[in-house]
Design a binder for this molecule. Structure first.
Ligand SMILES: [Mn+2]
Length: 287
């Protein structure tokens, strides 16, 4: 991380801290080269598996890990208050994946009815990691299963190693914002930690599509709360609508789940006026 990036991050945090009246301290910790060298590399980068260094570089008993694609409206307190000092992990359920869909161990069947969590926002018991999941164990698992079987990389490993012992917190603590779940938080987005999973992020200037409309509307309004400059309001035009309508029809037989996504986008567009007034009302902006 360059000095300029560090300074800009510090300024942003200072700005938020001033506005909400909460002190903060920012510390950069660089892992040693030896540790980094021990990490498995995915597409040439060690970053994917970097969180397995946490138990080595932090002396604490536990840490709350946070992806960088989460808007933390709800806060992270519940991860800590729900912890019993023993469980390896505190996490929210993943709305799409289940443990049997992401189980790398072919020799042993996946346990039934065990919760599978999204690893983007979790409390990690570092003592548990030091005992049960040190870097050597990560290396061993990667060698045993092979990278391809580790479908969601570090998330797969964490779920595999801690299954049955995880403390679950409500999904609002880590709301995986796939399009079909966006509608469900429209009324209470300010009390939800919104996790923008997937490749398309509203803060990156990527080519977007109508299906991403609601997540982008939420991000636009969130940008006002957090004073993030330069976020353009996303407006749908006739052409967008046409595309959504056609896709809803096209996928109806081919891929019903995707068709349902487009149908829910269509439905939400008819609510757009109502939505706009709700999102811009004064009550909504109060923290
Ligand atoms: Mn993420």
């Amino acid at each position: 991380m360059s000095e300029a990036t560090r300074m800009s991050l510090n300024l942003k945090l200072q700005d938020v801290s001033n506005r909400i009246g909460t002190p903060f301290s920012l510390k950069f910790i660089s892992p040693s080269k030896e540790s980094i060298d021990k990490l498995p590399k995915r597409v040439g980068s060690w970053m994917t598996y970097a969180r397995f260094l946490l138990a080595e570089i932090l002396p604490q008993k536990a840490v709350i890990y946070l992806d960088s694609d989460i808007l933390c409206f709800r806060g992270i307190e519940e991860f800590y208050t729900s912890w019993d000092n023993v469980a390896p992990i505190v996490a929210s359920r993943d709305p799409k994946q289940t443990i049997d869909k992401d189980w790398p161990d072919e020799a042993n069947a996946a346990p039934k009815g065990v919760m599978y969590f999204n690893a983007g926002l979790i409390l990690l018991n570092l003592d548990w990691m030091r005992c049960n999941l040190p870097l050597a164990k990560v290396e061993e698992l990667v060698a045993k299963f092979g990278m391809d079987r580790l479908k969601f990389h570090d998330q797969t490993i964490l779920n595999y190693m801690s299954h049955g012992k995880v403390i679950e917190v409500a999904r609002e603590n880590n709301w995986v914002l796939a399009t079909e779940y966006a509608m469900q938080v429209i009324d209470n987005w300010q009390s939800v930690n919104i996790h923008y999973v997937g490749r398309v992020k509203p803060w990156l200037r990527q080519k977007t599509e109508a299906r991403r409309f609601i997540p982008e509307v939420l991000y636009f309004h969130a940008s006002k709360v957090y004073c993030i400059d330069g976020v353009k309001e996303r407006v749908l035009d006739e052409q967008d609508l046409k595309v959504v309508r056609n896709k809803a029809r096209f996928y109806k037989w081919l891929k019903p789940t995707r068709a349902r996504t487009y149908q829910s986008v269509l439905k939400s567009l008819s609510r757009q006026v109502e939505l706009e007034s709700k999102l811009t009302s004064d009550v909504f902006y109060r923290r």
